[in-house]
Design a protein around this ligand. Structure first.
Ligand code: SF4
Length: 369
């Protein structure tokens, strides 16, 4: 850790920098600024992992870069392949020793990479393994991008979509999340366009507004899980600070600014949110905001030995999910069911929480949100 700290102080981290920042860096080391554009292209488009691979950079300058900067923020630590599906979980190690998980989910139409934005999460949602592990740190935009780079280099399929639904609440790490989105979607860069990026949030209204006003027009997924304030607050403690009513006003604003339909994520929890009154509330909600509902079978988090409400949560039966979805569709609600993929490798939705991080200290999240 001390060694990494020393390198960080002495060398400039290039991964995560924009074209403009890279040009400034080259200017600061006495080199022409067009080199910044070349390095940008190598890092984010060609996905190189070392300066030696940068063919149009002179050897002497490559050595200078080696001495003054670095660009890889993660190393591949492990890959787990699901036996029951094509889902694959990647485990990466940050330079300061934390473990980050990303999940590759191929289906017939797309290959989606679910990236993490934080190590752990301070928000303590009762259905979520990441929440149960507590908060360790925010990831940098370079660390977010390198999850994609290393997953792409270690997959024979072209990644087509990015979802910010791995470990962490992306809007709590707003600056770095936004910076990484801008890098993904920069001109000439990757195959990922803004319409292929989804940010998932439990609801931080001021940040939803910033995102709407940013002009990025990414897709927004909102973790709904109940239309009733009291039930939602028991599942998502943040709902006590930012109520569903407040969030819905901002989601409305997001739709008006971006013309992107909101995705409401809805984890099916037995006797908690799978009742007739929940169906009626969802029908009403879908008439209010242009949206679709993503019904998600609940994946057990019993491997985390949870306490309290988390220990009591049970999945809704597949029969009831079918009934629930059919009734919604009969009432013209746009709804799709996310198949559980990767639960055999703890890579399914809400299950990400690498045990190795338990060895690293918990940290208080002190930023305003
Ligand atoms: S669901 Fe999202 S916001 Fe809630 S604890 Fe898990 S990672 Fe954090």
């Amino acid at each position: 850790m001390e060694e990494i700290k020393r390198i960080n102080e002495e060398k400039k981290q290039l991964k995560g920098l924009t074209i403009k920042e890279l040009k400034n860096f080259f200017f600061s080391i006495g080199e022409p600024s067009f080199r910044g554009e070349q390095v940008f292209n190598w890092m984010y488009n060609h996905l190189v992992t070392s300066f030696d691979e940068m063919g149009n950079i002179p050897k002497v300058l490559r050595q200078k870069l080696q001495d003054k900067s670095f660009m890889m923020t993660l190393e591949l630590f492990d890959i787990k392949n699901s036996v029951s599906s094509k889902t694959r979980k990647y485990l990466f190690k940050t330079l300061d020793g934390f473990l980050v998980e990303s999940v590759l989910i191929p289906d017939e139409e797309r290959v989606t990479l679910c990236v993490s934005s934080q190590i752990g999460c301070p928000l303590d949602c009762k259905f979520c393994a990441t929440g149960l592990m507590g908060y360790r740190k925010n990831l940098s935009s370079g660390e977010i991008f390198d999850q994609y780079l290393l997953a792409q280099k270690n997959s024979d399929q072209q990644i087509t979509n990015i979802v910010y639904m791995g470990m962490g609440e992306p809007l709590l790490n707003f600056k770095e999340t936004l910076r990484s989105i801008r890098i993904f979607a920069a001109e000439k860069n990757t195959n990922i366009s803004l319409s292929k990026i989804t940010v998932s949030t439990v609801g931080i209204p001021p940040k939803i507004k910033y995102l709407a006003d940013s002009g990025l027009k990414v897709k927004l997924a909102f973790s709904l899980h109940s239309c009733f304030e009291d039930i939602r607050s028991s599942l998502i403690p943040l709902n006590k600070k930012y109520s569903l009513t407040t969030n819905l006003n901002f989601l409305d604003y997001y739709y008006k600014k971006t013309s992107r339909r909101i995705t409401f994520e809805y984890l099916m929890l037995k006797d908690i949110n799978d009742r007739q009154e929940d169906i009626e509330a969802l029908i009403k909600l879908s008439k209010r905001i242009p949206s679709k509902i993503n019904v998600i079978p609940f994946n057990s988090i019993k491997h985390m030995n949870p306490e309290g409400l988390s220990a009591e949560l049970e999945p809704t039966s597949l029969y009831r999910i079918d009934e629930f979805v059919t009734t919604l569709r009969d009432n013209n609600v746009s709804v799709f069911v996310r198949n559980t993929q990767g639960d055999d490798i703890a890579a399914a939705c809400g299950q990400l929480s690498f045990d190795g991080n338990v060895l690293t200290p918990l940290v208080n999240f002190t930023e305003e949100y």
